[in-house]
Design a protein around this ligand. Sequence first.
Ligand code: FCA
Length: 327
Amino acid sequence: MHKFTKAVAVIGLSLIMSHSAMAETMKLGFLVKQPEEPWFQTEWAFADKAGKDLGFDVIKIAVPDGEKTLNAIDSLAASGAKGFVICTPDPKLGSAIMAKANSYGLKVITVDDQFVTAKGKPMENVPLVMMAASKIGERQGNELWKEMNNRKWNVAETAVMAITSNELDTARRRTNGSMDALKAAGFPEKQIYQVPSKSNDIPGSFDAANSMLVQHPEVKNWLIVGFNDNTILGGVRATEGQGFKPENVIGIGINGVDAVNELSKSKATGFYGSLLPSPDIHGYKSIEMLYNWETKGVEPEKFTEVTDVVLITRDNFKAELEKKGLN
Ligand code: FCA
């Protein structure tokens, strides 16, 4: 009986303690526009890791549109969070997001997509963590050129299909970088065709690519340019639908983690590979900066560019993902 009472008391005490410990744990938000992309799931996972390492809770919220974004900020404030990292569904929401965050005294760090004013001017005073957009685009162009030459394609029978999302600055810079690199390498400018995507997902780029393919029945080989893996996947699916063989299509994505299913397929497709940046660093570092800002008053850098990139293909993707702890 005595033992039993003691045991109950111990359990009771530990419950009280864990409850009060929980009450003291700092909360920070991590809001992303497209949680269905493994890219953002990876950022979340590494934000959680930072939370475990440094001792804070991460409130992860999907914000596919403006209304959900503003509601998410209300609920973060209600739960006592001190700030949030965000990849906004629309860069033009920047001013509205900042106004709401400021009204609650919440700190904000942006990741991947930079806020712009209503007039489209980058809001450079809000801290940003992002990949080097033009550089990764140039790398895409150079790798496409290299693989085209490996396959000894006749340039006269080849065209570039550039699926664009120019309203998103990072996307515009990536695809422009890619087209510039192809031109610089010697690809004829008049065989580079651009088509805008209506939405930044596979169906959007699939539709865009289909309309491009029917306009150019004369093209035998296609190089596909686009700002992320989903864009390229949509393009590749469209070529398959219109009867192109994998050996006549080269698509190289960007994000890497969104290409794992495709690269795991038993047979090669027109999706040759992907440029893998560092979603782990984006997720970990952005929220670590927020934490240091809140707890130590360390002002984050206004711009943190993450440059480390590796090309993953069917041959090396498992090993490369493992190196970064992304498997
Ligand atoms: C943008 C894209 C994502 C990812 C990220 C780094 O937000 O939409 O797919 O590439 O930049």
